[in-house]
Design a protein around this ligand. Structure first.
Ligand code: ARG
Ligand code: ZN
Length: 876
């Protein structure tokens, strides 16, 4: 099998959707597993749609066909044809049984799609990844999500090499075979689409736990990992149990098989995969232990464990009709995951994290050449659409719907959605219809959100009439054009708001309520609030009630009031962000210090305030990142943005004062523990932030503190924070600390990833030389997606001043790596290539260098994945 697909010129379009002419009611699969060569027998029980008269066509990519029979008869060579990744068979009828035998080559599969080898030939194990279209790399099948079949899977392999044999569904027998071989069978009682098929085979160890579902089913939970990391699975097991309880409580959803398997692999293209009864995880989102896992990563494990588990209902029991509906399962499941994490941790901090991610990853996507609606209307390669727009913006749309219905109404709607669509392949229309009809509300206006790309800009203006004591809020919306969508329509935008008086107290609204939601449905509308006692400061878009960019001409003092007094934790943070924006603009434009002073002094005032969650304080003290700052500029110069942001933070640090910062650092240090509870995590988060600010004021002192922290750290969070401060500030202690880190964690792939990543974050020109050196390190390999992300992804997508060199060397270096990577793993190459997003807005020198590098890459023979990204990048 070759990883390099032919470039396909014609896109797949949503408008062309037709129900399948042929479906499969049942499939019996038999695998004779081997690392170099695996034989797959499949028996398909076919059903024909009597209304359609087309020959049987099955998807199959890179399959070596050994034998084929129809209804028990071997087929003549002229009765079938396998070309262009399609097997066409003549003479099939309703109820026919088609049997094929094919050979696939797992060890040669570097694309990590279909059946592949994780780890070494000697020790590694076999596994599959089938979403979106990997099953066609395993056997012939109508590989589309609206073909739901019952699966019976038999695995055979050498017992010594593959002692563990797993597939999705319930165990249905196992036994010995001659010659040291053995077999195991799994039958899944729930019809499922092919993308949810999975198998795993190899030398794995397990931890196990019994679980009784709310509806009384006894389930075995099993987590599998390679022997050296099996001790790092306990946290994931606890998180899984919490997720299962949570879904029972929050959505009334129970698990539905006898056993639930979870497997960790170090070789995985994405985060994790919800295969029915056999979830497979990137080790990064499953393994956790105090010595190598940061607090953020612990929360990542909990969230992804939840996410994949929640898919059992939102995705598996109710699946997607076609891949255009991807957000039906992903947006919904991200939303469910966010709710779960908010319930397990701090809800406002979770909301801040989620919105920061949306702004950092999705807003730039929506504003650039790769912009697409949450439900795209066409694609060339579906794997390119597992994007922040489909996932994160999709989750925001579900959140808006949930807000519109209220928690009880949303639950009613979800119950009806699951009820109506159980066992079906559904659409976003089905989702909105169920939510709406359970509540007697027409939600169809929200469909426009799914169809329209681009982030709406919402401008708000308030007018207070003292004579009538009424406040009028005028809202206006505008969505900029995106590729292929020049004209935009008005969307329903729910704006949750509250009004604050000059003393920082909330003003009751006329019905006595503290907050209210108004929905902007037209281009412009005004909303009148009677009985308001003072000219208010409005707290708008509370909790980020819609994924828009809000513009309101706050005076800095008004933002300070919200930052100090708003009762919505998210909006406090948002006020700090807005102030930081203005302060940044003042520094950039040399236009005074008003916002800078208000921002710095207000935060300095809050710095020692009792009762303020240290984690929230850490977030309040963090201005928008460099990617976000660049978003609002044209002629972007990332080096200048980096310098300005540093200057901005230095101003903040100066207003708090080196003495106060150092004092707080010492207090936090004295409280340091290795506990994982929220309070300990919050202390670590603030400690890091304080150190990062202090290093801008008094580098030598902060670096000495960081070096000491690195030495004594009891957690990876503290160790990595210290290391990052040393490395990024160019400290004299950095080299030795890096070396000690490397030695200490040499045997741990995930810890070593962080060693690569922390160095890829070195700001400015020196970054590239470091990346080049690290790329030549024997521990670096383009074959491992996590390593690629740690080094190249962190540098190109997360370190703008390091990547965007004015001489264009960064662009050429990345393009050369992309070409190499594309030959191995097109999915990972295509994702990494999105680092070029936004190149059109760079200042002219960089713009031309970037354009030339992308154009040069586009001229090569590329996978369909990379060709689509690069092609769109040049079109936009
Ligand atoms: N469904 C997986 C999730 O939970 C993502 C898998 C996508 N894989 C891929 N190759 N596109 O989000
Ligand atoms: Zn998902």
């Amino acid at each position: 099998m070759t990883a390099r697909d032919e470039q396909s010129p014609s896109p797949i379009r949503l408008a062309d959707y037709r129900p399948p002419a042929w479906t499969v009611s049942q499939i019996e699969l038999e695998f004779d597993l081997g690392i170099d060569s695996t034989e797959v027998r499949s028996r398909l029980h076919l059903r024909r749609d009597p209304a359609q008269h087309v020959p049987l066509r099955l998807d199959g990519e890179g399959l070596e066909l050994i034998a084929i029979t129809l209804d028990g008869q071997p087929l003549d060579a002229h009765a079938y044809r396998y070309q262009d990744e399609v097997l066409e068979v003549e003479g099939a009828s309703d109820d026919s049984v088609l049997e094929t035998r094919v050979r696939v080559r797992p060890a040669a599969n570097t694309a990590l799609e279909g059946l592949y080898l994780s780890g070494s030939r000697e020790q590694g194990f076999l596994l599959t990844q089938c979403e979106a279209e990997g099953f066609r790399h395993v056997t012939f099948f109508p590989d589309r999500p609206d073909v739901l079949a019952r699966y019976s899977v038999t695995l055979r392999a050498d017992r010594a090499r593959f002692p563990v044999l797993l597939a999705g569904g319930n165990p249905a027998g196992a036994g010995e075979l001659p010659d040291g071989r053995h077999w195991a069978r799994f039958v899944d009682p729930y019809p499922k689409p092919s993308y949810l098929f999975a198998l795993v085979a190899g030398r794995l160890e397990k931890i196990e736990r019994g679980y009784r579902t709310a509806d009384g089913r006894d389930v075995k939970l099993v987590i599998w990992a390679e022997p050296d990391v099996i001790d790092c699975c306990g946290y994931a097991m606890d998180a899984l149990e919490r997720a299962m309880r949570w879904d029972e409580r929050a959505y009334g959803r129970n698990f539905d098989l006898d056993v639930f398997h979870v497997v960790a692999t170090h070789d995985f293209n994405m985060g994790a995969m919800e295969n029915k009864g056999l979830n497979i995880f990137n080790a990064k989102y499953l393994l956790a232990d105090p010595d190598t896992t940061t607090d953020d990563e612990y929360r990542g494990v909990e969230a992804v464990i939840g996410h994949e588990y929640f898919h059992n209902w939102s995705g598996n029991r109710v699946t997607c009709r076609d891949w255009f509906q991807l957000s039906l399962k992903e947006g919904l499941t991200v939303f469910r995951e966010q709710q779960f994490s908010a319930d397990m941790n701090s809800a406002p901090l979770k909301r801040i994290d989620d919105v920061a991610l949306l702004r950092r990853a999705q807003f730039p996507e929506d504003a650039g050449p790769l912009a697409h609606p949450v439900r795209p209307s066409q694609y060339s390669e579906i794997n390119n659409f597992y994007t922040a727009t489909v996932y994160e913006k999709g989750a925001e749309l579900v959140r808006m719907l949930a807000g519109r219905l209220g928690s009880e109404g949303f639950r009613r709607g979800m119950d009806l959605y699951f009820d109506r669509n159980d066992g079906r392949a559904a659409t976003l229309e089905d989702f909105l219809a169920a939510l709406g009809s359970a509540n007697g509300i027409d939600l169809s206006p929200y469909l426009a959100w799914y169809a329209q790309a681009g982030t709406p800009q919402l401008s708000a203006a308030g007018r207070y009439d003292a004579a009538t004591r009424s406040y009028t809020l005028t809202l206006r919306q505008h969505t900029p054009a995106t590729p292929g969508q020049p004209d935009k329509r008005a969307l329903p935008i729910p704006v949750k708001l509250a009004l604050f008086g000059p003393d920082g107290r909330m003003l009751p609204l006329h019905d006595g309520a503290a907050e209210q939601v108004v929905v902007l449905e037209q281009d412009e509308q005004s909303f009148v609030f009677p009985g308001i006692e003072h000219a208010p400061v409005p707290s708008l878009l509370r909790g980020f009630s819609a994924p828009v960019i809000l513009d309101y001409a706050y005076a800095p003092a008004e933002l300070a009031l919200l930052l100090t007094h708003d009762t919505d934790g998210f909006n406090r943070w948002e006020a700090a962000q807005q102030l930081a924006w203005r302060a940044y603009a003042e520094l950039r434009d040399g236009s005074g210090h008003e916002a800078l002073s208000v921002w710095g002094d207000t935060l300095a005032g809050l710095f020692d305030q009792d009762g303020l969650d240290p984690a929230l304080l850490a977030d309040l003290l963090t201005p928008p990142g460099e990617v976000e700052l660049a978003e609002r500029e044209t002629d972007v110069d990332p080096a200048r943005i980096h310098a300005l942001r540093q200057a901005l933070q230095r101003e903040l640090a100066a207003r708090i004062g080196a003495h106060v910062l150092a004092g707080r650092y010492r207090t936090l240090e004295a409280q340091a523990s290795d506990a994982l509870d929220a309070a300990s995590q919050a202390q670590r988060r603030l400690r890091r932030r304080v150190l990062e600010l202090l290093v801008l004021l008094d580098a030598a002192k902060a670096q000495a503190l960081a070096a000491a922290q690195f030495d004594r750290a009891a957690t990876m969070t503290d160790r990595l924070a210290a290391l990052a401060v040393l490395v990024r500030s160019g400290a004299p202690q950095a080299a030795e600390a890096l070396e000690r880190y490397r030695t200490r964690h040499a045997g741990n792939a995930l810890a070593l990833d962080k060693w690569f990543a922390v160095q890829a974050q070195i700001p400015g020109e020196p970054a590239l030389a470091r990346v080049r050196t690290l790329q030549a390190n024997p521990k670096f390999t383009l074959k491992n997606p996590n390593r690629v992300q740690a080094l190249l992804g962190t540098w190109a997508r997360g370190n703008p001043s390091g990547f965007h060199r004015v001489d264009g060397e960064g662009y050429r270096f990345l393009a050369a790596r992309l070409a190499e990577l594309d030959a191995l793993n097109p999915q990972v190459a295509a994702r990494l290539a999105t680092a070029f997003n936004g190149w059109q807005r760079l200042e002219p020198a960089r713009r031309e260098q970037a354009r030339a590098a992308v154009a040069e890459l586009a001229g090569r023979r590329l996978s369909r994945n990379l060709a689509e990204i690069v092609g769109n990048m040049l079109k936009g």
